[in-house]
Design a protein. Sequence first.
Length: 146
Amino acid sequence: MSKSPVIDSLRQVVADSYALLGQTHLCHWNVRGPGFFALHTAFEEQYTELFPAIDEIAERIRALGALAPGGLASLAQISGMNELGEDEDAETMVKHLAAANQKVIGSLQKAREAAADSGDDETEDLMIARTQVHEKTVWMLKAYLG
């Protein structure tokens, strides 16, 4: 842990986002059923958008003078996000990814608050922009469920 609440919260955002990236990729690979084409495409769009976003947040950590977290085991430990099994049905995948995006939103909100408390407008703006992306993703996933 660092001595900065902003850096600590950004490290959490990176870990949670990376876990979400992995789970979304897993769903992209293994989805099947009547909604296959729509979900396969949607999941690909989601994980493709996430990778550069995670990179930007990690680079923000570096710009603030700290080291970005890395390594799958380390990121998994920091995140603690529940993983989805490989052989889940499409509805379970969509529900899981909606919940995982909600977890990321929670981490983003904490990071945004820490940035606001520290007067770090750049980090606060970045967290607001990321929150908007994940809120839209949750809306779309929930819309799929009906």
